[in-house]
Design a protein around this ligand. Structure first.
Ligand SMILES: Cc1ncc(COP(=O)(O)O)c(C=O)c1O
Length: 425
């Protein structure tokens, strides 16, 4: 006889909290202590001169990151949100320009666009990979489109070759947000490096982290220079030779500290090992959950590798005959951690549906009375359906997950699946 669901009073499969993901070890401790002993926690100066590019830990980390990712320029920043703002600012953006992006992402991706008074236009996503759908992007290009900002969501790269083709056809720049996929590959190339500018988050829970931080990557010297300026109070440093040089050189303090750089450098050495571990977890989940009809395990595109920040599944709710909410409640009661019923549909946020970002007068949309912009329900039907109904993810970045714990997660799913009738009742 199948055991009673924990939801209905039976014993839970997982009856203790699973160990949280822990990335810090003695090497990070030694790196941080070395910097503290040096007394120099940040060496940046927001004025022309050698220290405009930061201290020795920041520069050593950037050199190592450029080498690791195989790019000409890597720049450390104090968060990936800052990195996104710098990468959009590096382009020749005029207020009212359009940038096409995905709604299935963290809000920072779209906010970086709005930040420069450009207008985010949301393309729908691909149902299998959850990444931006190139066909939807192509249909949204207008005269004022300046760039595509793709996200390598959950640990797998977007379809960069198809996006590059659209960008080339229309003279657009291709930007990337690889916050969730450092170490992933596509046709042998490293995720994040196929964009004109891309980069990674180093916040807590990312594959490698230093508390808060980010890395920008590009092969373009001009972009690297503009981003270095934006990072460090550009307006007081730049000597423009044209108005175009000066445009968007409103500087910030996006500078990474020396302790963060020293820790991030140690973490970079561990990235390959961490990716391999996430892939082990996913392979064990695939072996168990793959047997459950009505659940589709993550799709990995041909030629790609997935580094599993999130293990994203789809449910066949009709065949299951229960709601996602009922399933999640039952799985949670069995002790499954990190359940994600749905993810994000940024295009439905009030900031867009009410066109209320800067003040109350509808700026920057008010700059574009020539064009209406579609936001809200019905604009990105695939993303909306997944978010509202059939997507079920596991945030596997939150826990350590040795094989014995993965086996228990699988057992919890099997138990709930064996008791679907009890959930239907
Ligand atoms: C897709 C995506 N973009 C941007 C960010 C922002 O990165 P950060 O937290 O380093 O600012 C995140 C962080 O979770 C993210 O997942």
């Amino acid at each position: 006889m199948t055991k009673t669901l924990a939801l209905h009073g039976g014993p839970a499969v997982i009856d203790r909290p699973l160990a949280p993901f822990r990335a810090m070890g003695p090497e990070e401790e030694a790196a941080a202590a070395r910097v503290v002993r040096s007394g120099v926690l940040s060496a940046y100066i927001g004025a022309p001169g050698e220290l405009f590019m930061g201290g020795k830990e920041v520069r050593a980390f950037e050199e190592k990151a450029a080498d690791y990712f195989g790019v000409k320029h890597a720049l450390g920043v104090n968060s990936w949100t800052s990195g996104l703002i710098a990468e959009v600012g590096a382009l020749d953006i005029e207020p009212g320009d359009e940038i096409i992006t995905t709604p299935w992402t963290m809000s920072a991706t779209a906010m970086a666009i709005l930040h420069w008074n450009a207008i985010p236009v949301f393309a729908d996503i691909d149902r299998a990979s959850f990444n931006i759908d190139p066909a939807s992007v192509a249909a949204l290009v207008t005269e004022r489109t300046k760039a595509i900002l793709a996200v390598d969501i959950f640990g797998q790269t977007a379809n960069v070759p198809a996006l590059r083709q659209i960008a080339d056809e229309h003279g657009l720049k291709l930007l990337g947000d690889t916050a969730q996929a450092p170490g992933a590959l596509m046709d042998g190339g490293k995720a994040g490096t196929g964009y004109d500018i891309g980069g990674f988050s180093l916040n807590y829970h990312k594959h490698i982290h230093c508390g808060e931080g980010g890395i920008l990557v590009t092969n373009d010297e001009g972009y690297a220079r503009r981003m270095a300026l934006i990072r460090n109070h550009a307006e007081s440093v730049i000597q423009p030779s044209s108005r175009a040089d000066l445009a968007n050189m409103i500087g910030y303090n996006f500078r990474m500290g020396e302790i963060e750089a020293a820790i991030a450098s140690v973490q970079l050495d561990k990235l390959a090992e961490r990716v391999a571990d996430r892939q082990r977890v996913a392979a064990e989940l695939n072996a168990g959950l793959g047997a459950l009809e009505e659940l589709t395990t993550p799709h990995v595109a041909p030629g790609a590798t997935h580094v599993y920040y999130v293990y994203g599944c789809r449910l066949d709710l009709e065949a299951l005959g229960v709601t996602r909410a009922a399933l999640v409640e039952a799985l949670k009661a069995e002790g499954v951690p990190g359940l994600m019923p749905g993810y994000q549909t940024i295009h439905r946020l009030p900031i867009f549906t009410q066109r209320c970002a800067y003040g109350t007068g509808g700026f920057p949309w008010s700059l574009r009375e020539d064009r209406s912009f579609a936001y809200g329900a019905g604009t990105c039907p695939v993303a909306e359906e997944l978010h509202d109904a059939s997507f079920l993810g596991l945030s596997i970045c939150l826990n350590q997950l040795p094989s014995a714990d993965v086996a228990q997660i699988v057992a919890a799913f099997e138990k709930v699946w064996a008791n679907l009738d009890a959930l239907r009742a």
